[in-house]
Ligand binder design. Structure first.
Ligand code: HEC
Length: 206
C-alpha cells in the first residue's frame, strides 16, 4: 500500500515538473531569441536560391543541371521512340538508331543478357528458362516475327506480349532499339546461305 502511494506521488511530481519545464517554452510570448542548448540543425551551411558562392568558379550558388540530364518533371518522352508506336497508331517501320557495327554489337551484348535466357543466343527459343519450365518463347525466326516491322519487335521488348514480360525498366530505350537491330541480324543470318558469305571468308565457313 505504502509503495503504490509513493509511486503515485513520484509520478505526480514528475508530471508537474515536466509541465512547468515545457510550459516555460511557450507560455510567455517573447521577442528574445530562444535559448538554444542544442542548435540541432537550425543553423546550417547552405545556400539560398540565387545567392553568391565563393566555391564555384562562376560565383553562382544556383547550379545548372548536369549536362545530359533532365528532371523527372521535365521528361517529355518521344512516344514513338519509347514505345515503337508512331503518332498515327501504327508500329514504327524502321529502327531509328543508326545501323552500324557499334549498334549491333551493343544489341548483341544486351540481347545475350536480357533475351537469351529465354530465347537462347540464336533466338530459336530454347534458352535455359524454357528448358526448366513449361514456358514457350516464340521462335524469333518464324515468318510471322521476321515479317514484323522493327517497331513491333521493339514494342514486344518494351511492353511484353501475352506470357512474355516487358523489359522497359531493365533495358534503356536506346539499348532496346539496338536489340531490335541485333534480332534483325540474327534473323538475317538464320536464313542466310553460303552465297551470303563474302568470297574471301567462304573457306572459313564450315
Ligand atoms: C522470361 C523469358 C523471356 C525473356 C527474357 C524474353 N522473352 Fe520474348 N518471349 C517470351 C515468351 C514466353 C514469348 C511467347 C509469348 C506468347 O506468345 O505467349 C516471347 C515472345 C517474343 C516475341 C514474339 C511475340 C509474338 O508476337 O509472338 C518477340 C519478338 C520477343 N519475344 C522478343 C524478345 C526480346 C527482344 C527480348 C529481350 C529484350 C525477349 N523477348 C526476352 C519469353 C521471354
Amino acid at each position: 500500500m505504502m509503495f503504490t502511494q509513493q509511486r503515485r506521488t513520484a509520478a505526480l511530481l514528475l508530471a508537474a515538473a515536466a509541465t512547468a519545464f515545457l510550459g516555460a517554452c511557450s507560455r510567455f510570448p517573447s521577442r528574445q531569441p530562444p535559448l538554444l542548448v542544442f542548435d540541432d540543425m537550425k543553423f546550417q551551411d547552405k545556400y539560398k536560391p540565387e545567392a553568391a558562392s565563393k566555391f564555384f568558379a562562376d560565383g553562382r550558388a544556383s547550379r545548372r543541371p548536369v549536362e545530359d540530364t533532365i528532371s523527372q518533371e521535365g521528361y517529355q518522352p518521344d512516344v514513338a521512340y519509347a514505345t515503337g508506336i508512331a503518332a498515327n497508331n501504327t508500329y514504327v517501320a524502321r529502327n531509328p538508331e543508326p545501323l552500324n557495327e557499334q549498334t549491333i554489337l551493343r544489341g548483341q551484348a544486351k540481347f545475350n543478357v536480357y533475351c537469351a535466357p529465354c530465347h537462347d543466343r540464336t533466338g530459336s527459343g530454347r534458352g535455359v528458362v524454357p528448358a526448366k519450365t513449361s514456358w514457350v518463347p516464340g521462335n524469333l525466326h518464324d515468318d510471322r516475327i521476321v515479317n514484323m516491322v522493327d517497331g513491333e519487335i521493339f514494342h514486344v521488348a518494351t511492353m511484353g506480349r501475352r506470357s512474355m514480360p516487358g523489359y522497359r525498366f531493365q533495358v534503356s530505350e536506346k539499348d532496346r532499339w539496338a536489340i531490335v537491330a541485333y534480332v534483325r541480324a540474327l534473323q538475317r543470318s538464320w536464313r542466310g546461305s553460303i552465297n551470303d558469305v563474302p568470297a574471301d571468308l567462304k573457306a572459313k565457313v564450315r
